[in-house]
Design a binder for this molecule. Sequence first.
Ligand SMILES: C[S@@+](CC[C@H](N)C(=O)[O-])C[C@H]1O[C@@H](n2cnc3c(N)ncnc32)[C@H](O)[C@@H]1O
Length: 232
Amino acid sequence: MNKDRDHIRYMFDAIAFRYDFVNRALSLRRDVAWRKAMVTALPEGRDLRVLDLATGTGDVTLAIRKARPCARVIGADVAREMLRLSQKKNAPSGSPGGGVVQADAAVLCWRESAFDVVTVAFGVRNFTELDAGLREMHRVLRPGGTAIILEFSLPANGMLRAAYLLYFRHLLPRIAGLLSRQPDAYRYLNRSVEAFPYGQDFCDLLRAAGFENIAARPLTLGIATLYTGRKG
Ligand SMILES: C[S@@+](CC[C@H](N)C(=O)[O-])C[C@H]1O[C@@H](n2cnc3c(N)ncnc32)[C@H](O)[C@@H]1O
């Protein structure tokens, strides 16, 4: 389920103006709690250097800045319109040395060991080159640094998964299409989630990219999973 880079960029720019509203509505605000769980996984430290990849409209950068006002948080994304909204939302909270950068996860412009933490929420599933993106995350982390990744997954319980898939395949794309006025983007959502590795399979990809101490924590019955990994 790999769409090419320009298509991904175009798709997210097209839904940018309704992205936050649709997220909150479809997840019944669980997305806010999931990003808070990401923040609780941050390592100790007052002035962490954080890169939030696939930052979108900047909800993760905002949550990190709230929790760690001294952190230097940079948001990177391929989609210009998403970045523009992120900049607008993040402006009041400011960030010394932070900001937004248009960048593709597969070819990051930062030097090795530039960050203490790299975060990605609901982004890795969209990377056109997933392995390259994970390797780049590892490269720009300092030794001992932490990657925190939030991504959709499917419930492990068979009955729950069947019920969720019914909603996810048939109801969600219709509601989201109406709310966003971009039905294609939300037909892509359930297909991309179902095709994407999760749980142990995703942990294996993190290991192959060089990460150690990998952990996966299912959230909300397993419809999302929080992964953490360390650079040795
Ligand atoms: C579902 S949104 C997630 C946005 C945000 N992280 C959040 O929590 O709401 C996925 C984002 O990934 C970005 N993206 C997709 N492929 C990317 C890539 N190769 N490099 C950087 N960003 C990418 C898209 O432009 C989009 O803004």
